[in-house]
Design a protein around this ligand. Structure first.
Ligand SMILES: Nc1ncnc2c1ncn2[C@@H]1O[C@H](COP(=O)(O)OP(=O)(O)OP(=O)(O)O)[C@@H](O)[C@H]1O
Length: 364
């Protein structure tokens, strides 16, 4: 296991006209389980292939601890990679497929057997060990591929590129928790690529969010939810995503359409900003005299455990998540409050401050 350090690493597929991966400096720390999360085309696979050596970066240097590997080919990097679709020897048995990476590296026979059995037990492959791989369904074949990636002990990292795409949805949950168990067992550094926030948040110690070829935030799942550092993270994580409302800073106050909604916290020049607040932290208070942002209720989605109340703040739609038994009726005017420490200010999509309650403003 090693720290994997990217120093100014970037990649362009068109001779520098556009960057699939903008030059970045970033360290993947040894033994951690990372999710690399981002929408289609944001550069996840490009980044993974640069780490494994399948792709040579246009700029920058790569280090495994204090060994530079920028020019070292894949075979010399000691990385295990699992792809979206099964990569295995179809004519070999499941056992031989799992043993292959170990035999290749001359592990002792007894250790091979012990490792193959441990991985197959964890992944539920025990009863299939003697079967030819081509006789398995594609989902099970993919689990064998996953096992091949996880069976070795001394890899620098295991890179998983959307490894559960072809696996049955019901099995996905089980496999993700198995992956966590294997991670605890082996201490591998895992980098798990996905565009699915649930997959990322349930799997990882740390989620790295990539957008348009750049890391916009990295942190524990709760941190990304509670404290988004970039508007993209607010949209991409959470369901529904963060509300974004144009506002203005003047005289140390945050104003929406002329209404003071709170005090601006942070080193902020006067001028336009965006307020970002998640539906969970946008609280609707009844009563015309209550301070807050006046909004008009447009509709209510009853979700069973909670309600999503759609409102209009001037021209801007917002959503507030309320208790299931809260009653809000369409066309009513209500007042929306921002939960302390949970409403943020953004400029150029990057967080630059937060909103504190106005003096004397109480919670609804
Ligand atoms: N071989 C290639 N030649 C030219 N452009 C490429 C190549 N591979 C990827 N790209 C472009 O680089 C950008 C990043 O692609 P990449 O596959 O790394 O994204 P991704 O986040 O893995 O997407 P997905 O989730 O769809 O696999 C995209 O705009 C893509 O079209």
């Amino acid at each position: 296991m090693a720290d994997i350090r990217l120093e100014g690493v970037g990649h362009s597929y068109d001779g520098g006209r556009t960057w699939a991966l903008k030059p970045m400096t970033w360290t993947w720390r040894s033994s951690r389980a990372y999710a690399l999360l981002g929408p289609s085309g944001c550069g996840k696979t490009t980044l993974l292939n640069i780490i494994s050596g399948l792709l040579s970066p246009t700029v920058g240097r790569i280090w495994f601890d204090d060994r530079e590997v920028t020019a070292v080919p894949t075979a010399g990097r000691n990385i295990a990679q699992v792809f979206q679709f099964p990569v295995l020897y179809e004519e070999m048995s499941v056992y031989d497929n799992l043993a292959f990476p170990l035999r290749n590296r001359k592990y002792p026979k007894a250790e091979i057997d012990q490792r193959v059995r441990r991985v197959s037990q964890l992944l539920g492959l025990d009863e299939h060990l003697k079967r030819r791989s081509r006789r398995l369904d594609p989902g099970r074949q993919q689990i064998v591929s996953l096992g091949r990636g996880l069976v070795r002990s001394e890899v620098a990292a295991v890179l998983l590129d959307e490894p559960l795409t072809v696996v049955d949805p019901a099995l996905k949950w089980t496999l993700r928790s198995k992956l966590k168990e294997i991670h605890r067992d082996t201490g591998h550094t895992l980098i798990y690529v996905t565009h699915d926030q649930t997959e990322a948040l349930t799997f990882a110690d740390e989620v790295v969010v990539l957008n348009e070829g750049a890391i916009v935030q990295a942190g524990e799942p709760a941190e990304l939810f509670l404290s988004p550092a970039h508007e993209f993270v607010g949209h991409f994580i959470g369901s529904p995503g963060m509300n974004v409302v144009p506002a203005e800073i003047a005289d140390g106050l945050v104003k929406v359409g002329g209404t003071d909604v709170g005090q601006a916290v942070g080193e902020l020049e006067p001028g336009p900003v965006h307020i970002g607040v998640r539906p969970e932290f946008a609280r609707l208070g009844a009563g015309e005299t209550s301070p807050g942002l006046p909004v008009r209720v447009t509709s209510v989605d009853r979700m069973g455990a909670y309600n999503l109340v759609h409102v209009q703040a001037g021209d801007h739609p917002m959503i507030a998540k309320t208790e299931a038994d809260a009653r809000f009726t369409p066309d009513a005017v209500e007042f929306l409050h921002f939960a302390p420490d949970r409403a943020f200010l953004f400029r150029d999509a990057v967080r630059c401050g937060s909103i504190a309650p106005l003096d004397g403003e109480g919670a609804p």
